[in-house]
Design a protein around this ligand. Structure first.
Ligand SMILES: Nc1ncnc2c1ncn2[C@@H]1O[C@H](COP(=O)(O)OP(=O)(O)OP(=O)(O)O)[C@@H](O)[C@H]1O
Length: 254
């Protein structure tokens, strides 16, 4: 399923953001703090109505779809995914099945299997019966990713999916996301992870897209200097050959 953001604006925050993720493509959004990444994603997962522009799913305006139907097509991991009540991990993940169910439907064996499988894929099978509220930040993040998976969407929208994750789980989650074959739009802060796991990246600065394309063409030392004000050197990953950036550390004053 194709996702297209056509000139999305949110008054005073983002100004005419156009970007796309084709079927099965993993597309990253990077940019400095406050550049409008989460605001843009909020428009995609319908937490915010843009003041201008449209979000299109296979050419259809997302806002023309009933909420439940868009939730069957598009799942999101957000910065504000809170769970207030004392649910078990398995119950939290099972909530991802709700868009597929009628008001009085009970959980089926398939629902149960999907939950078990999703928890296993994010290395959280052992947490199934724990209270969600007792989990660490990284454990919560993995459980919320599992909840998005059981939604069986065509499009995944992820706001900093590696937030709170240790390096092993960062790599596992991004490899999992890449292997799903879904259309993925994700905000990442780590430019080297974006270079390694995204087919294309868009760079936001000041609420606008200032660059977009293949990571190797976009994530250059010149761009990093211009957008983040950090000097960087480009190296090739010795094993994968993927371009990676080494950042100069500012001098530490004595
Ligand atoms: N509801 C709001 N009211 C006022 N300002 C807002 C609102 N939401 C976001 N902003 C401002 O808009 C700008 C963009 O915020 P946004 O969260 O989209 O940035 P971001 O690129 O995701 O940043 P970060 O990397 O820090 O997560 C910020 O300056 C933020 O303070």
């Amino acid at each position: 399923m194709d996702l297209e953001l056509d000139s999305i604006s949110v008054d005073g925050i983002v100004d005419g953001i156009s970007l796309s993720a084709g079927t099965g493509e993993v597309v990253g959004v990077v940019g400095p703090n406050g550049s409008g990444k989460s605001t843009t994603l909020r428009c995609v997962y319908r937490a915010l109505k843009p003041s201008g522009g449209a979000v299109l799913l296979d050419g259809r305006d997302l806002l023309s779809l009933p909420l439940k139907e868009s939730a069957r097509r598009l799942a999101a991991l957000t910065q504000d995914s809170h769970v207030e009540f004392d649910f078990t991990v398995a119950e939290v993940v099972a909530m991802g099945r709700l868009p597929h169910k009628g008001a009085f439907d009970r959980d089926t064996e398939r629902d149960h299997d999907l939950v078990t499988d999703a928890l296993r894929r994010v290395d959280a099978g052992h947490l199934a019966e724990r209270s969600f509220l007792t989990l660490s930040g990284g454990e919560r993040q993995r459980v919320l990713i599992a909840r998005a998976l059981v939604q069986e969407p065509d499009v995944l929208v992820l706001d900093e999916p590696t937030n709170h994750l240790d390096i092993r789980h960062q790599l596992d989650v991004l490899a999992l996301v890449r292997g799903l074959g879904l259309t993925v739009l994700m905000v990442l802060h780590d430019l080297n992870l974006a270079a390694a796991y995204c087919d294309r990246v868009h760079v936001l600065d000041g609420g606008r897209v200032v660059a977009g394309g293949k990571p190797a063409d976009v994530l250059t030392p010149d761009l990093v200097q211009a957008v983040f004000g950090v000097r960087a050197h480009l190296v090739q990953h010795p094993v994968s050959g993927v371009p990676q950036l080494l950042f100069e550390h500012p001098e530490v004053s004595p």
